[in-house]
Design a protein around this ligand. Sequence first.
Ligand SMILES: NC(=O)c1ccc[n+]([C@@H]2O[C@H](COP(=O)([O-])OP(=O)(O)OC[C@H]3O[C@@H](n4cnc5c(N)ncnc54)[C@H](OP(=O)(O)O)[C@@H]3O)[C@@H](O)[C@H]2O)c1
Length: 285
Amino acid sequence: MKENILVIGSTGFIGSFLRRELQADGASASGSSDSTVLDITDSDSLRRIFEKGNYNTVINCAGMTGVDACERDPLAAFRANALSAGNLSEAAERYSFRLIHISTDYVFDGRKGNYSEADRPSPVNVYGQTKLYGEKMIDLNNSIILRVSTPFGENVSGRKMTFIEFVLQKLMSGQPVDAAIDQITNPTFLPDILEFIKVAIDEDITGLYHLGVVESVSRYSFCMDVARVYGLDQDLVRPVSIDDLGMIAKRPKNTSFNLMRVKGIYKPHGLSEAIEKLRFSTVHP
Ligand SMILES: NC(=O)c1ccc[n+]([C@@H]2O[C@H](COP(=O)([O-])OP(=O)(O)OC[C@H]3O[C@@H](n4cnc5c(N)ncnc54)[C@H](OP(=O)(O)O)[C@@H]3O)[C@@H](O)[C@H]2O)c1
């Protein structure tokens, strides 16, 4: 791959994985996106980066991702998730790069499930609203918006514990894990994001795509599968309702994806296969 790629948000969960893998692949993925160096809410900061960089592709993995934090500070969420997307879209036009922007299943209200790219978003919390505003700022003629959900995979940045690491830590120490039976998604495996992006660059694809594993599962089933693959006690996984978890922002329930569109260009992993790959590629607690 001979691309000059900038990964923005490369200190985060998705960005750190993509940056490492793209660099290993020979693409020069140099993501200086510690937010003190590159601030996506500040167009001057972006101009300084793009005037020097000569990038063909910019992958935006940056944003304010704490759903409850967004609810507490909507203005900060708007700046990080929406205003920033407008800045990047303008820069994409001015500096002629392909923008790949990561978005979320939380643009949907979760009443219907099996959402395709043609379904109308209707977010139920500030995080989802600001991500949707961000999407609307992007010109899809020269960009990709990739909606992902409950991303899982190797924790390259190691800055925060991932959902799977949390589950493993609990189960390995014999403690129960409460997992919502009514929160249903197609969790997105990090290597699928990477491979989709490589295909999209090679084939010069643009547009809106949903990406996750092939099955729609509840958080409860997800945890049960993790317990099974790692040989841990499934009885410690307790089914609860998302409404009982006491979170600040409202969560949509069934944001599962219809994957027809993405399957036309890339075949994502199945859930068990993905968890098995993760198990053999990572040292866990
Ligand atoms: N995690 C999920 O459950 C989930 C689900 C669906 C979609 N997504 C989407 O996937 C993308 C990546 O999520 P993630 O979980 O990898 O995020 P993350 O781990 O929270 O990382 C966020 C990244 O954004 C950077 N950032 C924040 N504000 C910035 C600013 N003003 N300028 C430049 N960089 C800034 C952070 O840098 P600093 O550390 O320097 O602040 C960090 O590198 C986001 O668009 C998110 O909405 C995530």
